[in-house]
Design a protein around this ligand. Structure first.
Ligand SMILES: [Zn+2]
Ligand SMILES: [Zn+2]
Length: 172
């Protein structure tokens, strides 16, 4: 897989650098991130140098998130594309960054590894839950049956309100 690195010496010389690469979905990078991916993440960025010495990275990440439906817990692959802006600033400027939006740029660094910052941005922007369909009926709280697939014999509070409507109509 392509390394997601920005060669700072080349960037200094050329002014703009485009980097395209992929991150393995099983990369240890994502351990404990709460995110799982179904296929390699495609990253496309453009690096430039701002007047004041910051390195500005703009680009996009295309990924396929593996998530569980919040109601019925079925596993889903949801396409997840996000735009990205990362700013790497010299260490002495980081003190003026109360929001913590800047990434440190080492004084003698010759390259930037984008994978860690990309992971952080994904953690911030990835949707934390998904639904398999808009009107997912979820699991029966009584017996655990996936109500999208079949009805169960449980009754009471968890009964489907659609049936109440039919019953009401029938009794009129
Ligand atoms: Zn569902
Ligand atoms: Zn049930």
């Amino acid at each position: 897989m392509t390394m997601l690195r920005v060669d700072l010496v080349r960037l200094e010389r050329e002014g703009v650098l485009r980097v395209e690469g992929a991150i393995n979905p099983y990369d240890p990078l994502f351990e404990e991130s709460g995110m799982r991916f179904a296929s390699p993440l495609h990253v496309r960025i453009e690096a430039t140098i701002a007047g004041s010495g910051e390195v500005v990275i703009r680009g996009s990440v295309q990924a396929s998130l593996v998530q569980e439906c919040r109601r019925c817990l079925v596993e889903l692959n949801s396409p997840f594309d996000t735009e990205l802006t990362l700013v790497f600033a010299p260490a002495d400027e980081l003190g003026e960054d109360p929001a913590g939006d800047l990434y440190p740029l080492g004084a003698s660094a010759t390259e930037l590894d984008l994978r860690g910052p990309i992971r952080e941005e994904l953690v911030l922007t990835a949707p934390s839950y998904a639904f398999c369909q808009e009107d997912c009926r979820g699991l029966c709280s009584g017996c655990g049956t996936n109500l999208n697939e079949e009805n169960c014999q449980c009754s009471g509070e968890d009964a489907d309100p659609h049936w109440d409507v039919l019953r009401t109509l029938g009794s009129e």
